[in-house]
Design a protein around this ligand. Structure first.
Ligand SMILES: [Zn+2]
Length: 389
């Protein structure tokens, strides 16, 4: 996931949560009309106010699923309307997306996904089938664990560019210079995935490769060389599902060891079967290998630094270790502490938006769910040592 919560974080403390309306029937939200001034331009946005700050700032959700943070100095006017907030339907969102994207894009839709693409239709179909299969595997998995998920409020959008260069140009506004090295990303602000056609990547192609049908594409991307690249796409798609089916809330304080840990837990591709997902949630060999290397120099306070804040994930020199440890910790807890893990996820699922915990609060919430760190560390070490033998 590419996240930019630092921007929000500086502002977040000023917010207070809007009192939730206790409602027995399906909630009806009002549609508010906002005018804001950004980059010396006025923008009109209609949407549902999620958070209203004491200082007048707003967090607004537009009908296309985009989140707008509006600091008080950018807010020009705020009017309530008599209309109800209604998410855009698939066809309305298609039209809006096509108007926003460079020309030449088309749309492929599946049950949950809206895929805007300017590459081959076959590639868009391959993506759609992969995402739907992931969606089913993911939601079945949590439902079986006893977690109540909801149907996504918005179609899940993926924007697929024909090649890396045009993707990087488009993604530059969100990713900056990192866009040339990031294969794809899910944005918490827009709720969209952005990526490019991997079958055009020279290093993944072999002589005689054809990519005219989803089956040919599948064959090409099933090779071991493509595993990590495809895993990245699945990783991002997992984030999107988690944030849209109620497991996590966008702009709520979900610790990265959990949100990234879950994404790496499910990222292993399985392109072999048209229906199930054979290795869903099984050992992730590349994360285990990374953890094995880290284990040799792992400091005694490693769990504490992983849990207390997100710093290790944001530091490029420490991120590989942090992701590996997050994978290992989630794997350990899911298998050894399933009930506590589910209860902890429930606590996180109920977190209010734009309220950020400090390290002491995060640690307290963790130990309330799983017990003292020292005890857990001993068991975690023993468990991982067995796996690494
Ligand atoms: Zn991620």
């Amino acid at each position: 996931m590419h996240f930019a919560p630092d921007v929000i974080r500086t502002y977040g403390r000023l917010f207070v949560a809007v009192a939730a309306l206790a409602c027995l029937t399906a909630p009806v939200y009002a549609l508010d009309q906002i005018v804001l001034r950004k980059d010396q331009r006025e923008h009109e946005v209609a949407g549902r106010v999620l958070v209203e700050a004491e200082d007048g700032g707003l967090l607004l959700m537009a009908p296309d699923g985009v989140l707008w943070t509006v600091p008080p100095e950018e807010l020009v006017s705020h009017k309530e309307t008599d209309e109800a907030f209604k998410p855009l339907a698939m066809n309305e969102l298609s039209a809006r997306l096509l108007a926003e994207l460079p020309s030449g894009f088309e749309v492929h839709t599946t049950k949950h996904y809206l895929i805007a693409y300017n590459t081959s239709k076959a590639y868009a179909q391959w993506c759609g089938a992969l995402f739907e299969r992931l969606f089913n595997a993911f939601t079945n998995y949590w439902t079986r664990q006893g977690f109540e998920l909801r149907t996504p409020e918005f179609p899940l959008v993926a924007v697929v560019f024909a090649d890396q260069a045009s993707y990087a140009r488009f993604a530059h506004s969100e990713l900056g210079d990192a866009s040339s090295s990031i294969i794809g990303y899910y944005s918490l602000a827009t709720n969209r995935m952005t990526m490019y056609d991997l079958t055009g990547v020279q290093s993944l192609r072999a002589a005689g490769d054809r990519r005219g049908s989803p089956a040919q594409i599948n064959q090409m991307l099933s090779r071991p060389d493509a595993e990590r690249t495809v895993a990245t796409v699945i990783h991002e798609a997992t984030h999107q599902i988690a944030f849209n089916c109620g497991l996590q809330t966008r702009y709520a304080d979900i610790p990265l060891w959990i949100s990234e840990g879950i994404a790496v837990y499910f990222e292993t591709p399985d392109l072999s079967s048209p229906k199930g997902w054979r290795n869903f949630g099984s050992i992730n060999p590349s994360r285990l290998a990374a953890f094995s290397q880290y284990a040799e120099r792992r400091p005694v306070d490693s769990l504490q630094t992983l849990i207390a804040d997100d710093a290790r994930f944001r530091d490029t020199s420490k991120a590989v270790d942090a992701y590996a440890e997050a994978w290992a910790l989630n794997y350990f807890l899911i298998h050894q502490r399933p009930k506590q893990y589910r209860a902890y996820l429930q606590v996180l699922a109920e977190k209010k938006q734009l309220i950020w915990d400090n390290p002491a609060e995060r640690l307290a919430e963790f130990t309330a769910a799983f017990g003292e760190l020292a005890t857990l560390e001993t068991e975690f070490q023993r468990y991982m040592a067995k796996m690494l033998r």
